[in-house]
Design a protein around this ligand. Structure first.
Ligand code: GLN
Length: 540
């Protein structure tokens, strides 16, 4: 069967759940026995998400092959339960970079290189490449942003060109938002009608509309949308808010979304097999007893709003582990800067069952994190440090156990007297020359575990593979001193040169990892370290 392409575009506003919808539809199709992959198109000029502040763009999701991508790639991995590689992600910057490089190499053979058709052609080349190399039945392609924006117009043009190349291989799904203004008390379809018309102006006609809303869209409004938007009524899919995004595949399946999509291609629809998935959603329903985890970070606040999306994979990994242990996770988002301004606030940490400090960059908020780690260590609250959270744990140990009051990371203080965390070998040049995009230590690396440690017991194997994203590392000049003082190095690179995991033994759970385990946690296969951490939190 030639590959079919399903584009997912957004209407009305951003953040309505195109990623979760794409991933959930992918899961439904995969459950019918098809080979499915998903791609994300980010309209930004940034070549990758690595150079974007998480407050602006959300989490940077790292693929096994070290691409710094959009958080939706994480949704695809979690719903499809497979690793997705860099070919599946593109940005405007990346597309233009290819076109310009090709022009410099005379690959256009003297032609005048134009925004249209050469840019959309490059987009199509990338989509075709994924279809051919991954040998899939379906490629789902999510175009970031909403219709009517200037930024994603060339991607919509690529969609239109692919459709005119082979109309029966392309379908378009519009994920739209239907507000219920409190003053009116009625669900309004007009913004979605406008979105459909706006898509039409770029030559794109949605075949399906996913209706995101607070409440489920009712029959009269479904009929209205069908009539005004030229879409069959059974192609209007209700997607009201749910308590967990993992319920969406079943909600789609109950409405026959996969069946009508396949029928639109003239294909038969095998039965969906979502049994494993319903085991998950049942576990979510059953988990009522709570476990409270504090996540201490600094990228939450924007004006008066809080953005937990910045740590999306961490949040999901905590949920996966908690559900597998029959608990309902309750997560407190705590701002590390609060503890710098007023250390007495640290006392609020005693109400938590576990504390997690995720990755981070730069100097803001770091002293607050170090204070919180000291509190967790001394008050024996289970602590899990990820990347910067591990580096801060090393600094805390050096300062407060070894008495090295000037211990620091050179990221914080380049002239630190005791740089227990320093720049990785080969990174100095990047920093000096300002080559900062895509030059971190990225992607999957092996790590050997020391026997009889908390970490080794959690994983149950001797070697692991985890994803990384960092520029600084544990300074081996201090390794012996720190180990003598009780810090256990429980994981290192196979050549013994890089400390990847530290822990302490006289504590219910105190583990810091240089890598990002959250990227490998899957709803049906929680990550062993998260499970061990949440288990310790439950026991506390
Ligand atoms: N800023 C630290 C480094 O670059 C940690 C990075 C992270 O937490 N992802 O090494």
């Amino acid at each position: 069967m030639p590959t079919k392409f399903i584009f997912v575009i957004g209407g009305v506003m951003s953040g309505v759940g195109k990623g979760a919808s794409t991933a959930s539809l992918g899961r439904v199709l995969a459950s019918k026995g098809f080979q499915v992959t998903a791609m994300k198109i980010d309209p930004y000029i940034n070549v990758d998400a690595g150079t974007m502040n998480p407050i602006e763009h959300g989490e940077v999701f790292v693929t096994i092959d070290g691409d710094e991508t959009d958080q939706d790639m994480g949704n695809y991995e979690r719903f499809l339960d497979e690793d997705i590689t860099r070919e599946n992600y593109m940005t405007t910057g990346r597309v233009y970079q290819s076109v310009i490089n090709r022009e410099r190499n005379m690959e256009y053979g003297g032609k005048c290189v134009q925004v249209v058709p050469h840019v959309p052609e490059e987009v199509i080349r990338r989509i075709d490449y994924v279809a051919q190399t991954k040998k899939v039945d379906f490629v789902l392609i999510e175009i970031g942003g909403t219709v009517g924006e200037y930024e994603n117009i060339l991607f919509l043009e690529a969609l239109r060109m692919m459709k005119s190349r082979d109309p029966n291989s392309v379908r378009t799904i519009l994920v739209s938002y239907l507000p219920v203004p409190p003053s009116i008390g009625e669900m309004k379809t007009k913004p979605t009608q406008h979105a459909v018309r706006e898509a039409g102006r770029t030559g794109v006609t949605p075949d399906f509309i996913v209706c995101r809303s607070e409440e489920t869209i009712d029959l009269p409004r479904r009929e209205k949308l069908a009539q005004f938007c030229g879409v069959p009524a059974n192609h209007i899919i209700a997607a009201a808010n749910v308590s967990s995004i993992y319920k969406i595949p079943q909600i789609f399946d109950e409405q026959g979304f996969g069946d009508s999509l396949l029928a639109s291609f003239g294909m038969k629809s095998p039965k969906s097999r979502l049994k494993e998935w319903s085991t998950l959603t049942n576990a979510i329903e059953r988990a009522t007893e709570e476990v409270t985890i504090g996540v201490i970070g600094k990228y939450f606040a924007t004006g008066d709003f809080v953005l937990p999306d910045v740590y999306l994979s961490v949040l999901e990994a905590i949920k996966h582990a908690s559900w597998s242990l029959g608990r309902k996770p309750v997560i407190s988002w705590l701002n590390s800067e609060d503890y710098e301004q007023d250390p007495s606030k640290l006392d609020e940490l005693k109400n938590l069952d576990g504390i997690l400090i995720p990755g981070g960059f730069g100097t803001r908020g770091i002293e607050g994190k170090i204070l919180a780690i000291q509190y967790a260590r001394e008050h024996k609250i289970p602590y899990f440090g990820i990347c910067y959270g591990m580096q801060c744990a090393v600094i805390e140990y050096a300062r407060n156990v070894l008495g090295m009051s000037e211990a620091n990371t050179v990221e914080m203080n380049p002239k630190a007297n005791n740089p227990v965390i320093h720049l990785m070998e080969n990174q100095q040049e990047n920093v000096d020359q300002g080559k900062l995009g895509g030059t971190l230590r990225l992607g999957t690396y092996p790590c050997n575990l020391a026997p009889k440690t908390v970490t080794a017991r959690a994983y149950g194997v001797q070697q692991i593979h985890e994803r990384h994203r960092h520029r600084y590392e544990f300074n081996n000049d201090y390794r012996e001193t720190l180990e003598k003082a009780g810090l256990v190095v429980s994981g290192e690179s196979p050549d013994g040169q890089l400390v990847e995991i530290v822990e302490i033994s006289d504590h219910p759970f105190f583990v810091g990892v240089q890598f990002h385990p959250e990227f490998q946690s899957r709803p049906l296969r929680p990550h062993p370290l998260f499970t061990a951490f949440v288990q310790a939190a439950i026991e506390k």
